[in-house]
Write a protein that binds this ligand. Sequence first.
Ligand code: UDP
Length: 359
Amino acid sequence: MKIVTIIGARPQFVKAAMVSKAIKDHNEEGKGKISEIIIHTGQHFDANMSDIFFNQMGIPKPDYDLGINSLTHGAMTGQMLEKIEKVLIKEKPDWVLVYGDTNSTIAGALAAKKIHIKVAHVEAGLRSFNMHMPEEVNRILTDRISDVLFCPTDTAMENLTAEGFENMHIKIVKTGDIMLDAAKVYSNYAVQPREVLGTNFVLSTIHRAENTDSKEKLKNIFSALSKIASQKQVVLPLHPRTKHYIEKYDIELSPQIKIINPVGYLEMVWLLSNCCMVVTDSGGVQKEAYFFKKPCITVREETEWIELVEINVNFLTGSDENKILEAYHKVVTNTMNFDINLYGNGNTRETILKELLSN
Ligand code: UDP
């Protein structure tokens, strides 16, 4: 069996690393040969947003590096479509595997579908119900043209049912969450970032376009983080997009916020293990907070991981400074239950591979 894996952005490296591991284990156990061809679209390209994940997580070196980045959505997706199609025509895989909700996801799925190559979508069925998010558009369209949808949660399954996917000749499989695999595999290999000395800090990551693209929202979020930092150390690995906008909007950052460069996955695992709570607008980091039993304040208006809000471990505040500070006080004064199994058992990679082999 031959699989072409299409990745391009940081969260996709973390997820694809786990399926690559399952493929490697399968081949080494003599269960038959699966060949994996990796296309890196180039959407994320900095060493600390890309290479470090390949090195730390043992992802095979990409067979094709398309180098497409820093373009508008249309130009980026269009160039990817054209270049991915060429590779697929040459490689003739049995499956194209796409992850999540980026431009690389939709470009990969569309290129494959048009030339009748089967598409499997990992992290299918998620919805924010906010069509202004580029991610929402990408994930809905990718789900619709896939042959197999691998859903992480009951919520994802319910979303697909509500949209009538069961009548669309698409196989839908609940697999659990592939990021839990990564958290489990790497939790014993955590690396303390050099710049971070103590523990029990607030870990923050901010990068969603809906926040970075608005001066007011970004200002409010950083103002709330500054107030939190006057009480507790805040550690913030700064995404390049957010860095760009902080400079562009001339937002003043409190010196009490410990800004560090984006870190590798092993450092992130250390930060998640040693923090007391998370403030983020990331999709993946919300779940990782739960995996590491940490409360999370989500500075967005909605989340794809609504089950975390329902069990009161994740608090949606948007970019409203007062709401963020209220949630902070709620988190420091309450104990929370992190023992409900929402995301499976950390063997999602094997379920995915088994399905690909049997279809
Ligand atoms: N991550 C990381 N280093 C960082 C920030 C995030 O390794 O400095 C990891 C994080 O732990 C998670 C993934 O990157 O596994 C999530 O990526 P991101 O927040 O960029 O994307 P999203 O999940 O919002 O799509």
